[in-house]
Write a protein that binds this ligand. Structure first.
Ligand SMILES: Nc1ncnc2c1ncn2[C@@H]1O[C@H](COP(=O)(O)OP(=O)(O)OP(=O)(O)O)[C@@H](O)[C@H]1O
Length: 720
């Protein structure tokens, strides 16, 4: 028997034993009658048993994916089996499978060969020797594959890429998947980083940012189970379709109940706004398809998203609200009826003294409630029933009128006031900000706010005002916040969010090379890092790209290099595929080229494909034509809630974050992709896992190589 066969037999025997043990434990748990009574302790025990049942049922299909033979200093060599969930032996004592999140399991990911192996356990640094690192593929309880990625006996270097490449070569369905069996050392470092840190991660396209963030959440829940809960964690994603696309990963990792939202949805909920001002189809079309396209770029201060997302705008709000407190208590004493008087001095003493520790909106509430109590006491001293009735009526009217004299402290009211839309004479003492805000932004915002129309760009300011005048209720705070596609977040958004997060516990991930929304977001990560004290933040860079073949990555890198002189280039994993195909087909041949390329790309076993147009309108037109011809395709627009998989037609800017087995980019010519669109094309190209087609008319943009090379080749329409 050769080494491979004996390893296979050994693992098969071990798998049979493990499944037997899992089955035994499951049978035992299923045999315990389900508790339905009222006793709290019994209910907790039942919940625990139910969790165990579920986990064991899940384990039964794939109990583990890796084996690590480790000899801890001073102890004997032990094979450790690592799985998605830990499993105890039938007595529930010794682990027969170790949870991938356990400290010792980190060795499985970080060890790449050599005599030094160590990991950090709660009791300190544990050192020892690794003898074997083995990947094991089990499907539906059947052993499928055994690959040794390190064997001390054979003394060779670790070959972990071989198994990774096998996994990356698989076709994708319509959802992002977990990667527990192939997490790379650079990713593991991020997943296991300490909780109370604002992690900022620059990762090239396909480096696993989204995936890593989701695994990090599962890790934090395991590692800090006593301190944090899933319900208090949130992932901010760019749109609802993306949320749907990533929705399977956490349940696959055995984690549920983590909130997933867009920033707009969450902010609107906090602010009590009915209309969610999302960055939906309309707003996106404005920047990508219509009026703004190809126009001269505006200065940052002229772009509403950048101006209102800056820390300077925060400072401006601070200045504006500086004198809000003294402006709150109205002039004059309060007289509930003629002859009764509550001096302003006393009201001021409550507001500025006793209730000082509350934010102003709460203080206003408290003071008004106290005035009401004062009135009730005074009423008791009325000389007759008739006088009491008369005074009560008067007091009611005057209390109402007095409350109206206080400024309205709702965020939208104050924000409107900041933009010069005053209620009556406005709040006394607050400064005129018209000179501090760029003219265009001032004018446009005022016009909208007069009609109570709020846009996404207004949300950081509104939330900031909220946090200044209201209390942040404990129920609103988060144990951890993930921000995906963070290059499109503004520093002010993160600053405001920080007020809702305990211990600056953030995972902020993005790619500056994919910063296609030039009208918002950040240009460098320092803008985010500088929001935190140095000891509260850490920066990581992910440079290896796992999604695409080597050819696609090299080709896309070239677009970045030529187009924007970028230095954040992706390093491919050595997975080779077909060269990128450049198909020239002008005029009436355009449609035919699209159909032929699509048929060709889908002839294999691919399950997902995308046709990326430059604009939404072009996507709609193409979709109609293809549907008319009987094609089975989906149209994706900015308001879509679910991602259906299969073949999709969409504008390139909506493809960000997604991936497809094959991608066809249409109309790659200088008219559709101007000098400022290199990043946009880069995003489109890096969506492809295995196959990429670029269709063009007369010529390609200058930043796309027209040369046939080892990465790209020209294809003739007739040859298809
Ligand atoms: N360690 C890994 N093992 C296997 N697959 C991986 C690994 N890391 C990432 N991948 C795969 O690479 C692809 C890209 O991952 P993901 O979408 O998380 O990257 P990203 O950095 O968020 O990408 P982008 O910024 O381009 O949207 C996914 O298919 C993911 O499963």
């Amino acid at each position: 028997m050769d080494d491979f066969q004996s390893a296979y037999q050994e693992e098969k025997a071990r798998l049979d034993r493990t499944l037997e043990q899992i089955d035994k434990r499951l049978t035992m748990l299923r045999g315990i009658p389900v508790y339905t009574g009222q006793d709290f302790t019994e209910q907790l025990l039942e919940e625990n048993r139910e969790n165990q049942r579920k986990q064991l049922e899940q384990s039964f299909h794939e109990p583990y994916f890796g084996r690590l033979d480790f000899e801890e200093q001073g102890r004997s060599k032990t094979p450790l089996y690592i799985g998605k969930v830990g499993v105890g032996d039938p007595d529930g004592k010794e682990p027969i499978v170790i949870d991938w999140r356990a400290p010792v399991a980190s060795l499985f990911y970080s060890f790449t060969g050599g005599d030094d192996a160590s990991y950090v356990a709660p009791e300190g640094l544990i050192e020892g020797l690794v003898y074997l690192k083995r990947n094991i593929v089990i499907r539906k309880g059947i052993l499928d594959r055994v690959v040794d990625t390190y064997n001390r006996e054979s003394d060779g270097p670790a070959v972990s890429d071989e198994f990774l490449v096998y996994r990356l070569g698989e076709n994708k369905d319509n959802r992002l998947r977990d990667i527990v069996s192939t997490i790379q050392a650079e990713q593991d470092q991020i997943i296991r980083a300490a909780k109370n840190t604002a992690l900022i991660i620059q990762g090239v396209a396909g480096s696993g940012k989204t995936t890593v963030a989701l695994h990090r959440l599962a890790f934090l829940l395991y590692q800090y189970k006593e301190q944090i809960t899933a319900e208090r964690m949130i992932i901010f994603a760019p749109n609802h379709m993306f949320i749907d696309y990533i929705s399977e990963v956490l349940p696959e990792l055995g984690v549920g109940d983590i909130q997933q939202s867009t920033f707009s949805d969450w902010a609107a909920k906090v602010l009590g706004l009915d209309d969610v001002p999302a960055d939906g189809s309309e707003a996106l079309s404005y920047w990508f398809d219509g009026e703004k396209r190809g126009k001269e770029r505006l200065e940052d201060t002229e772009l509403p998203g950048r101006f209102k997302g800056s820390i300077e705008f925060k400072a401006l709000i601070d200045t504006f609200l500086e004198d809000l407190e003294p402006a709150c208590v109205p002039d004059g004493d309060f007289e509930p009826w003629d002859g009764a008087r509550l001096p302003r001095k006393e009201i001021l003493a409550w507001f500025e003294g006793e209730y000082r520790h509350y934010p102003v909106a709460r203080r206003k509430e408290r003071v008004l409630a106290r005035i009401h109590r004062w009135v009730e006491m005074a009423l008791k001293k009325s000389p007759s029933v008739a006088a009491l009735k008369e005074r009560k009526k008067k007091a009611q009217q005057r209390e109402k009128a007095y409350a109206k004299k206080w400024p309205e402290l709702e965020p939208l009211a104050l924000y409107r006031e900041l933009f010069g839309i005053k209620k009556g004479a406005g709040i006394a003492g607050l400064p005129d900000m018209s000179e501090q805000v760029p003219k265009g932004i001032w004018k446009e915002t005022r016009t909208r706010l007069k009609n109570n129309i709020v846009k996404e760009e207004d949300l950081p300011g509104l939330l900031y005002i909220y946090t200044k005048v209201h209390e942040i209720d404990g129920k609103m705070t988060f144990d951890h916040v993930v921000i995906d596609e963070a290059q499109d977040f503004s520093p002010f958004q993160v600053y405001v969010l920080d007020r809702f997060v305990k211990g600056h516990s953030f995972t902020i991930l993005g790619d500056l090379s994919q910063g296609i929304h030039y009208y918002k977001g950040v240009r460098n990560w320092h803008e985010m890092q500088s929001l935190f004290e140095a000891e509260d933040t850490a920066y990581f860079a992910l440079t290896r790209s796992y999604r695409s073949t080597m050819e696609i990555i090299q080709f896309a890198n070239e677009i970045l290099e030529r187009g924007v002189n970028a230095d954040l280039l992706a390093v491919p994993v050595f997975r080779s595929g077909e060269p990128v195909k450049l198909l020239g087909a002008a005029g009436e041949h355009r449609r035919e080229a699209i159909t032929r390329a699509m048929n060709k790309a889908l002839a294999g076993s691919y399950r997902t494909a995308a046709i990326l147009t430059r604009t939404m309108r072009e996507a709609e037109e193409l979709y109609e034509e293809l549907i008319h011809e009987g094609a089975d395709i989906h149209l994706i627009n900015g308001d879509l809630k679910q991602y259906a998989g299969g073949v999709s037609v969409l504008p390139v800017y909506l493809s960000k974050g997604l991936e497809f087995d094959a991608v066809i980019v249409t109309d790659v010519d200088p008219l559709h992709y101007g000098p400022e669109d290199a990043k946009l094309l880069y995003v489109g190209c890096t969506r492809a896992l295995h196959e990429l087609w670029l269709l063009y008319g007369e010529a390609l943009p200058t930043y796309v190589t027209s040369e046939t090379s080892e990465f790209a080749s020209k294809v003739e329409l007739e040859a298809l």
